[in-house]
Design a protein around this ligand. Structure first.
Ligand code: NAD
Length: 457
C-alpha cells in the first residue's frame, strides 16, 4: 500500500516486518536536551472524566446513563510469561479495558509502551465509546496494551509477546465481542499475529469466520485498502474543512507536527499534497525545523532507516521549547497524550490545533488556546479515520468482500465531512467549544439507545 501511494515505510513499522526474525529494532535514542516530554502528567482518566462531565452537564444527561458511563464495563489485566531470546523468562502485564458496548462490539487499539497503565487504558477506552457514537459507527469503546518497551525487543520477541498476550485475552475478544486495532508501537504485523493466534484458539471449523477479530491487518491477510493511512487522511480532511470554513488557503500554509509515526507521517504527506509546508517535526528522539519546508517523504525514509526524525540532514535540530514557539498556521499533535500543557499553549503561534493523538491537550491548556483565539479540533472528531476504515474492514471480513481503494477513500471522506458539519452546527447552536460539542453528540446517541433499550433484567 505504501508503495502504491509512493509513501516510504514507517519507522519501526517497516523494521518489524523484516525477514530477519531476530533483527533488533534500535535501542533507546540518546536523550536530547529540551526534547523531554512533559514531566508531570496528570491522571488521564480523571482528565477524560472532567472533559466528558462538561458535555454531560450541557445536555443534562440522565444520571443513570452518566453512572453507567462513569466506569468501564470490564477491566481485564493479564500477566503472562514469555521466553526471551537470551533464554530468560519474563512476565509481562497486559490490559484490555472494555468501556461500553451499547452501540456495538467493543472496539479500540492495542499499544505497546513502557508506561502503559490501567488509568490510561480507561481514558482511551472511554474516548473510543464517544468517538464511535459521534461518527455513528456501530461499535463501542475499548483499549488495550502491554507494558514494555518494544524498542528493546527483537522481532521474534515481539511476535511471542503478541501471541501470548492474545492467548491470555482468550475469548474476551472476538469479532462480535471486542475488536482490537493498531495503536502506538503496534501495526499491521501485530494485528496479523493476533488474528492468527485467535484463529488457532477457535479451531479449524471456525478459523475463517474470525478474521474480523482485529482490524488494521495487512491487505493480504484480510485488511482493507486505505486502512494504514486512514487516521492521517481523516486528520487532513478535518484541516481542509477548517480551512474552507475560515477561507484560508492550505497552499503555502505552515504546519508543525509532533510525532512522525503512523498518524503524523501520513498527515504530513497528505497535507504536503495540498500545498502545505511542514516547517517543524518532533518525535521521541528530538525536534527539527526548516522554514523552507521539510520533505515528508524524504523524512519518512530517514525515520525508516534511523528510527527518529533526529539527525535528518534537510533540517536544523531545535529544542522542544523552540518547536512549540515556531511560526506556523497548523499544529498537529500526533505523538502521545498530555503533551500540550499550559506552557505549550502559551508558546504556540498557530491558528489551529488539530488533535491527531488521543488526549494530547490538558483542559487548562485548551482554555488558554481558546482564549488566545486558537481553534482546537478535538481528537474524537479528527483522529477517527482509523476506526471508520476499521469498521469498513470489519464489514468486508463479515461479507468475505474486498472493496477497492477509491470506494474506501470516498466513504471515509464523506463520513468525516458529515461529522465535521454536525459538530460545527452543534457548537454554533449551543455556543460551546468543539470538544464539548463532539462529546455531546455522542452522548445524546448513547442516551437515546439506553432509554429505548432499558437495563437488563
Ligand atoms: P506510532 O507508534 O506510529 O507513532 C508515535 C510517534 O510519537 C512516533 O513518532 C514517536 O517517536 C512519537 N513519540 C513518542 N513519544 C514521544 C514523546 N515523548 N515526545 C515526542 N514524540 C513522541 O503511533 P500512532 O499510531 O501514530 O499513534 C499516535 C497517536 O495517535 C496516539 O495518541 C494514538 O493513540 C493516536 N491514534 C492512532 C490511530 C492509528 O490508527 N494508529 C488512530 C487514532 C488515534
Amino acid at each position: 500500500m505504501r508503495h502504491l501511494l509512493g509513501l516510504p515505510a514507517l519507522p519501526w513499522h517497516g523494521r518489524q516486518v523484516s525477514t530477519e526474525a531476530s533483527a533488533r529494532v534500535p535501542g533507546p535514542l540518546p536523550a536530547v536536551p529540551g526534547s523531554e516530554p512533559l514531566k508531570a502528567r496528570g491522571n488521564l482518566f480523571e482528565i477524560a472524566t472532567r472533559q466528558i462531565e462538561k458535555a454531560m452537564a450541557l445536555i443534562g444527561l440522565d444520571p443513570d446513563v452518566a453512572a453507567i458511563l462513569a466506569q468501564p464495563k470490564n477491566e481485564i489485566i493479564v500477566n503472562f510469561p514469555v521466553r526471551l531470546e537470551n533464554g530468560k523468562l519474563e512476565i509481562f502485564k497486559g490490559y484490555r479495558v472494555q468501556h461500553n458496548n451499547i452501540l456495538g462490539p467493543y472496539k479500540g487499539g492495542i499499544r505497546y509502551h513502557p508506561e502503559a497503565n490501567l488509568d490510561e487504558m480507561k481514558a482511551l477506552a472511554s474516548w473510543m465509546t464517544y468517538k464511535s457514537a459521534l461518527h455513528e459507527i456501530p461499535f463501542g469503546g475499548a483499549k488495550g496494551g502491554v507494558k514494555f518497551d518494544p524498542r528493546q525487543c527483537s522481532k521474534l520477541e515481539l511476535e511471542r509477546i503478541t501471541r501470548r498476550f492474545t492467548s491470555a485475552l482468550g475469548f474476551n475478544i472476538g469479532p462480535e465481542l471486542d475488536i482490537p486495532a493498531p495503536d502506538v508501537n503496534t501495526n499491521s504485523q501485530t494485528m496479523v499475529w493476533m488474528m492468527d493466534t485467535y484463529m488457532n484458539l477457535v479451531g479449524p471449523l471456525e478459523r475463517n469466520n474470525v478474521r474480523g477479530v482485529v482490524t488494521g491487518k495487512s491487505v493480504s491477510s484480510g485488511g482493507s485498502h486505505g486502512r494504514a493511512e486512514a487516521t492521517g487522511r481523516g486528520v487532513a480532511h478535518c484541516i481542509s474543512e477548517w480551512a474552507h470554513d475560515k477561507n484560508f488557503s492550505l497552499d503555502g500554509a505552515l504546519v508543525i507536527i509532533q510525532g512522525f509515526g503512523n498518524v503524523g507521517s501520513y498527515t504530513a504527506r497528505l497535507l504536503s499534497h495540498k500545498g502545505a509546508i511542514v516547517v517543524g517535526v518532533g518525535d521521541v528522539g528530538g525536534y527539527i525545523m526548516n522554514p523552507e519546508g521539510i520533505n515528508p517523504h524524504k523524512l519518512g525514509e530517514h525515520v525508516h532507516e534511523t528510527g527518529s526524525v533526529a539527525g535528518y540532514r534537510g533540517a536544523t535540530r531545535i529544542t522542544r521549547d523552540e518547536f512549540f514557539a515556531l511560526d506556523a498556521h497548523v499544529f498537529v499533535p500526533a505523538a502521545l497524550e498530555l503533551e500540550l500543557g499550559v506552557a505549550e499553549a502559551k508558546a504556540l503561534r498557530v491558528k489551529v490545533v488539530v488533535e491527531g493523538a488521543n488526549g494530547p491537550t490538558y483542559p487548562e491548556a485548551e482554555a488558554i488556546l481558546l482564549e488566545r483565539g486558537i481553534d482546537v479540533l478535538p481528537d474524537i472528531l479528527c483522529n477517527s479515520g482509523g476506526v471508520i476504515v476499521s469498521y469498513y474492514e470489519w464489514l468486508q471480513n463479515k461479507r468475505g468482500d474486498q472493496w477497492e481503494l477509491p470506494d474506501v477513500l470516498e466513504r471515509l471522506e464523506r463520513r468525516m465531512r458529515q461529522t465535521y458539519a454536525s459538530v460545527r452546527q452543534y457548537a454554533t447552536t449551543h455556543k460551546t467549544d468543539w470538544r464539548t460539542a463532539s462529546y455531546a453528540i455522542g452522548l445524546e446517541r448513547i442516551e437515546h439507545c439506553y432509554k429505548e433499550r432499558g437495563i437488563f433484567p
